[in-house]
Design a protein around this ligand. Structure first.
Ligand code: B12
Ligand code: SF4
Ligand code: SF4
Length: 216
């Protein structure tokens, strides 16, 4: 029998953390899964840890996805769980819907998920599915956006990501320009504007890595 604290302890050496969990019913889950535990980068420190890994150093494609598979598959084996990943599944596993079911992530005014600890820098590296119902701690009563001045809404210099949606072509066009290099090296200005993001301690080098992948 695993508890969330035990899972968090096992994730710690890999600079991963439990970002939330829920029981079947809060959202649909694959057959045989009663509890889903979602894992994401533990900050500060995730980038320093990941860049020591064989996957980062071998120069082959998709190092973070390959790292996630190796580490989270092993965690799943040791806990008697099933691993799920936000990539390489067709159709994709519904991580956005699952995230909201944890009660620790909400749709922000700009639609991206906002998390109680990671803010708009939220991302998931995988999830663990358990056949039994784990005890789960209480979650925040409301989204942090309720009592926020909402700087995310006006943070994009070209209004590509606002309350009215995400205009991908405007975003990508800006990222090709000199002015867009701030987003390329420091990450999306909308995600960075969130006060919770600012307290999360994510390395700009990690944002730059994802931006290079997003805007090849
Ligand atoms: C496809 C996809 C994209 C597409 C979105 C295309 C589109 N117009 O919707 C693109 C390529 C644009 C994209 C971009 C990014 N994405 Co993305 N993406 C996904 C992915 C792989 C699949 C989503 C999906 O269709 N699922 C299938 C449906 C059936 O399931 P669902 O998720 O429950 O469906 C819900 C969502 O689609 C949601 N939704 C609807 N409209 C939109 C629009 C946006 C922008 C989002 C985020 C969600 C969303 O509503 C659905 C119902 O609830 C998910 C991972 C996953 N497996 O879910 C990540 C995911 C949503 N993305 C994520 C991230 C981190 C990013 C990037 C920030 C990556 C980066 N550069 O660092 C960028 C954003 C660029 C930026 N400015 O920084 C995170 C969430 C982060 C967050 N705070 O919201 C996820 C969960 C992946 C992860 N590893 O954690 N992404
Ligand atoms: S800036 Fe405020 S409104 Fe926007 S996602 Fe963060 S907490 Fe929510
Ligand atoms: S990456 Fe930059 S241009 Fe694209 S949505 Fe974010 S702030 Fe706007």
């Amino acid at each position: 029998m695993s508890g969330l604290d035990q899972i968090d302890d096992l994730a710690l050496p890999h600079a991963l953390a439990v970002m939330g969990a829920f029981h079947k019913g809060a959202a649909a889950l694959p057959e045989g899964v009663e509890t889903l535990v979602m894992l994401g980068p533990r900050e500060p420190g995730f980038w320093a840890s990941f860049t020591q890994s064989p996957e980062y150093c071998d120069g082959l494609p998709d190092p973070m996805d390959r790292w996630s598979r190796r580490v989270i598959d092993r965690l799943a084996d040791s806990l008697g769980a099933r691993a799920f990943f936000p990539f390489a599944a067709t159709p994709p596993h519904p991580f956005y819907t699952w995230a909201k079911a944890t009660g620790r992530a909400w749709s922000s005014p700009v639609q991206f998920l906002v998390h109680d600890v990671a803010g708009l820098w939220l991302s998931y590296r995988g999830a663990l599915g358990f056949a039994n119902r784990l005890d789960l701690p209480p979650t925040p009563a409301q989204s942090p956006c309720t009592d926020c001045a909402q700087p995310c809404i006006a943070a994009c210099p070209v209004d590509a990501l606002t309350q009215t949606g995400y205009d991908l072509s405007t975003c990508h066009a800006y990222l090709d320009k000199l002015a867009g290099q701030d987003c390329m090296t420091g990450g999306c200005a909308v995600r960075a504007a969130c006060p919770i993001s600012r307290s999360y301690g994510r390395s700009p080098a990690q944002s730059a890595f994802h931006m290079r992948h997003f805007h090849k």
